[in-house]
Design a protein around this ligand. Sequence first.
Ligand code: GLU
Length: 316
Amino acid sequence: MALSSPTHTSPDTPEAGLRPRLRFAPSPNGFLHLGHAYSAFETWRIADALGGDVLLRIEDIDVARSRETFVDAIVEDLGWLGLAWSGPVRRQSAHFEMYDRAAQQLREAGLLYPSAMSRRDIAHAVARHATWPRDPDGAPRFERSLEASAPEDNSTSTAWRLDMARCLAIAGDRLSWREFIPPEGRLPREQESTRHARRMKTIARAAQPEVWGDVMLQRKDIPTTYHLSVVVDDAAQGITHVVRGQDLEAATDIHALLQHQLGLPQPLYHHHALITDVSGRKLAKRFADTSLRSLREAGWSVADVRAAVGQGPASN
Ligand code: GLU
């Protein structure tokens, strides 16, 4: 992808000529909480401002942690918030073959290698190094040299990791993605058009996927991981604008790399701030008291939820 200036108003963004298409992509391993509500309001607000649609994707590749009760609750909670999506709901668990085909494409290009090490093996191997580097999520960075200390693997299935050095040798230093600046509040009707979307302000970000090391793309038990399925799905669903939390911003560097290697179109990205609790910690599902359903049961209205996440009428 060619870069001109760090900030520009581009007439040739990926969505040029297309009706903007966004997505909301929760993982059904818990109830939606205030953090999700903020992210959802942002996604729908930006879609509205751009004259676009929001699609719903259920990221249920983690078959051990995903629950149908949580899928039903997502649908019910979004309905309660008054957020309607376009088209059918995409379930990632229905597309394992598609992710496997993408992995196969990378394998054939010599960009994946089999890996026998479990998380525990890795922890054990890096324990001997006082300052082993960590990835942006804080996990020990996996490098191929660690594989030498892998125990004999007798299992029939194998996990597959991305050969980062090889990928970078191919992609060179051209890897980047673009953060878009969403409009403040709601745009006047006459600006809610694809013409506006085409002239979206973007900031180029140079990608540094190497900070993640050799990320796993296929697990032993599941033929994909988050990084692989998210790029395959964003392309399959024709997503033009990705709106998600800042906690996923560093991961976008890997997504840019995978899009490049798989020849997939690249959406624009907007990483919004995270809603924190009173002590400044990111709200997580473990804080059950902020789940939308417990708030609803406690008598909260949708307006209360909007106000709590700074999306009330006063801030719009
Ligand atoms: N499934 C992810 C989550 O619930 C979101 C992934 C994304 O938006 O790319 O945090």
